[in-house]
Design a protein around this ligand. Structure first.
Ligand code: COA
Length: 415
């Protein structure tokens, strides 16, 4: 079966996490992703956080599946000429270098345009235009400057960063959307364009509901679904909301059977208004159905702590999976807190291809997260990440280099 992005050639100058997430997605959709790396070194993550002495790390292998690897020194004069030829024939160049690195390499937007006006040049940067545009940025910096850290955690503790890599992988997702959108526009205009996804902007986009809350707070001085209500004061900025739901239906994390020894014996419980009567019956508080202090969503807001404490008596008598089974039968939204160990062994995630086992020539089998986006006409088969320079000769031959020319490039240190 053909793939959605069959025929799209991508020159992949990405490294670490944000850019590689983006190009791995495009590879899963069928694009030919040629990862360009420096000979001898490659993407720094090949050797970071290694669990096996001489094998590419899981950090690298889990972000670079379905790609080909070409070694090329783009600061070497002959390497530059190779890159120019590739730019002429590719559709997209993706990079997440520190700001200005592409220009310093001699590949300004103007130069790239003169080589191939159809090329889409897509970049992840830490910040968009402004005072910080020249700064290097990593994941947690993005979470801090994008509004996630100040709004995550509990109000009696410091700001907290999330385990979800919203700065890196989140921005990679944004960039991938920008690239396919630019490819679509090119079908009408024939022109490439620059695509920029700044990590601060990507995180802020994912924290949109917190900017909503900032404006609500400024107008009303209070947010009744936040745990600060009704007993503590609000300041002038959105406070950390603990585990409160970000939406209109109150929620909290509640203990389940075994919580004393199992750090993940918890369930997220949503006291959704349409099923309030069922919740009351289930936990044995039927009198709350008609009690004016509990009968309506707004009447319940000052009592959320008491309500969740009462529901917790019920959840603590059950394991998180038992509670989930009963609550789902009553159509009450909830979710067990799953550990990574539980997720790694989840049969349905494996069956759907969201968790995939891949065979690697050096490290053997490893687990990776497959394509979370399923297209019925473009299924994803996850393949292993490439060894450094594994496809150098193959790719150069496809770009018209003879064996003799490839030997000479190697002798010059360009590849
Ligand atoms: N041939 C020759 N030179 C190459 C090369 C190649 N194939 N690939 C990379 N280089 C050079 C670059 O041109 C750059 O040289 P310069 O400093 O002379 O301009 C150099 O390698 C280092 O690249 P850089 O991107 O600056 O790496 P770094 O390790 O110093 O910084 C980051 C890493 C992630 C902080 C930085 O790249 C960054 O801020 N990126 C944008 C934001 C981002 O994506 N952050 C999240 C990462 S998950």
């Amino acid at each position: 079966m053909g793939k959605a992005l069959d025929g799209v050639r991508i020159l992949d100058f990405t490294h670490v996490q944000s850019g590689p997430t983006c190009t791995q997605l495009l590879a899963w959709f069928g694009a030919d992703v040629i990862k360009v790396e420096r000979a001898g070194a490659g993407d720094i993550t090949r050797e970071q956080l290694r669990d096996l002495p001489d094998a590419d790390s899981l950090y690298f292998t889990m972000l670079n599946g379905n790609k080909r690897s070409l070694t090329l020194d783009t600061k070497n004069p002959q390497g530059k000429r190779v890159l120019e030829r590739m730019i002429r024939e590719c559709d997209v160049l993706v990079e997440n270098f520190a700001p200005g690195a592409l220009d310093r390499m001699g590949f300004s937007w103007e130069h790239i345009q003169s080589l191939n006006p159809r090329l889409i040049v897509a970049s992840v940067k830490g910040f968009g235009p402004g005072p910080y545009e020249d700064c290097k940025v990593y994941e947690n910096v993005a979470q801090c400057v994008g509004g996630a850290a100040s709004t995550t955690g509990f109000d009696d503790g410091p700001p907290v960063v999330s385990g979800a890599q919203i700065g890196d992988s989140g921005t990679g997702l944004h960039l991938a959307l920008g690239i396919v959108t630019a490819l679509f526009q090119r079908t009408h205009t024939g022109r490439g364009q620059k695509v920029l996804a700044a990590m601060q902007d990507g995180v802020l986009n994912l924290c949109r509901v917190k900017l909503r809350d900032q404006q609500r707070l400024e107008r009303t001085g209070v947010m009744k679904e936040y745990p600060q209500f009704p007993n503590s004061a609000f300041g002038d900025a959105v406070p950390r909301a603990g585990n409160a739901s970000g939406g209109g239906q109150p929620g909290w994390i509640l203990k389940c059977k075994g919580w004393e020894t199992d750090p993940n014996a918890y369930i997220y419980f949503i006291a959704q208004a349409p099923v309030w009567d069922r919740i009351c019956k289930l936990i044995g508080r039927e009198e709350w159905i008609d009690d004016p202090h509990f009968a309506t969503p707004s009447a319940r807001l000052p009592h959320l702590k008491d309500i969740f404490a009462e529901i917790e008596h019920w959840t603590m008598a059950r394991t998180k999976f038992e509670a989930m089974a009963v609550l789902n039968r009553h159509d009450i939204p909830c979710g067990p807190i799953l550990s990574m160990k539980e997720i790694a062994n989840d049969a349905s995630l494996r069956a759907s291809g969201t968790i995939v086992e891949v065979e690697h020539p050096v490290r053997g089998k490893y687990l990776t997260v497959g394509n979370p986006i399923k297209l019925s006409d473009s299924p994803t088969e996850v393949t292993r990440s490439p060894m450094l320079g594994e496809h150098t000769d193959e790719v150069l031959a496809e770009f018209g280099y003879s064996e003799t020319e490839i030997r000479s490039l190697r002798a010059s240190g360009a590849i």
